[in-house]
Design a protein around this ligand. Sequence first.
Ligand code: GLA
Length: 344
Amino acid sequence: MVSEFGKTSKGESAKLYFMKNKNGMEIAVTDYGAALVKAAVSDKDKKMQDVVLGYDSAAAYEKGDVYFGASVGRVANRIGDASFELNGKTYELTANAGVNSLHGGRDYYNKRMWKAEKIEDRSVTFHLCSPKGDQGYPGNADISVTYELTDNNEIIIHYHAVSDADTLMNLTNHSYFNLSGHASGTVLKQEVMIAADSFTRADAESIPTGEIVPVEGTPMDFREYKTIGQDIEADYEALVFGMGYDHNWVLNGDGMRVVAGMRSKETGIAMEVVTDLPGMQFYTGNFLISEAGKEGAEYKKRHGVCFETQYFPDAVHKEHFEGPVVRAGEVYDTTTVYRFHTEA
Ligand code: GLA
């Protein structure tokens, strides 16, 4: 099913694509920013709960600056000093987070109309041509993001990109999850697990120092489920710098694997994050102040959390961090899955 999602300030008409599986789980995605707008899952009382934060119209997505549900690129997260060198040439990006570049720096991918292609009952592909020089990056890049809903209650997000020159690429999804329902308030009592033995330490500007720090004995240890609130106010450098959790975890293992989980006792709704990427930014909505959301909801600090799968932030400046250089003609292909189930 397709419905109108209003017009952008440029007069472009956005659409909302709905997909439903045999369990009644329903998601909606929009071509404006290739964003996930809705993910309704049945709770333990068989009531549908929309577990992602979002807005009611494309215009609200255009106004918003917290990346609800967004496809983020060309390089998600931060690049130190908003510049990098590639093949001996220096590229200047836009500094939009102090002196650093965050989530593309300018002309955000999540503030553009993507072209909906291959519209099927259970999947939609959004396509974006990102020309050479776009946001300061080299290479004409052909990018697509496919959302698919399966009967296993999985939202599969598949990223595919090719550039005609060497470039950087690090696409992520910036959905904020609240498994007690998008309008239910803080997530502090919900539990999270992150399958990571270490995280990348960052400075006060959230740029990795290059150190890989074991989570053992720190508030960053999510190897066993614990409530998000348990340690979030601890007097620990990372939490002070991030004003809560806002770090990259070094995910254990490689290939497609479960890297994180979250659950709400209140609704019984649980999710797992599966990805083939090496890192994940776990961000606890520390910068949400007051966002007027969908269906009259007001979202405040820590009303949702993001699991942004990624190459490590500032990897271009750290030789021992993998990625995010994509060579001319090379296929960038990664997949992240948000999988839901309900516990009684
Ligand atoms: C990422 C960053 C955060 C913040 C959010 C968006 O999670 O790491 O610092 O910018 O995106 O508000």
